[in-house]
Ligand binder design. Sequence first.
Ligand code: GRF
Length: 209
Amino acid sequence: MKKKRLAVLASGSGSNLQAIIGAIKNKNLENAEISTVISNKENAFALERAKNNNIDCIFLDPKSFPTNEDFDKKIVEILKDKKIDLVILAGYLKILTNSFINAFENRIINIHPSLLPAFGGKGMYGKKVHEEVIKSKVKESGCTVHYVTLGIDEGPIICQKKIPVLPNDTVDTLASRVLEEEHNLIVEGVKLAIKKIACNAPTEYNISS
Ligand code: GRF
């Protein structure tokens, strides 16, 4: 079967990208290949990771485009040229415009470091998420892979992983434990999304704890 062509969009360190690279390498993620990595940040280490693995990578500077719409139009053009099947937002800090989302309906997934719908939405990214989790004194947190729709962090959930919030957790200790789980979950989420594309199956829901 023809390999599904993945595009990974990242703005930061790219450890989730690295998890996908590793899963493909160790055949834990078959019938898929990363066709391109795109970043809006020139110094994103995700771009280094792509280069180190001979994966096509592109830095697109938002400041070179008059509007977000124009920026996203360029990305969509690149993704279509590269015949991308699935777009993966892995620490991508720009909010997608509606035209981008509509161009790849049900073929854009995102990983978020909480158990959505809790602790998601506008402004909820990075350490802010874990700060709110700890402040709220909830007993568990985790991570979620979901489809990207017009609302922020509101799309259908593909899979989630729960982890306990420990009494002495700090933002950093919780963040690093969640990130560790993300590296497994992102691969599971890509597998489920690919399966759905392949047979246009209904979105599967899978909570593992
Ligand atoms: C992860 O915590 C992810 O949930 C969030 O951004 C972070 C990306 O980390 N969207 P990395 O760049 O993949 O290391």
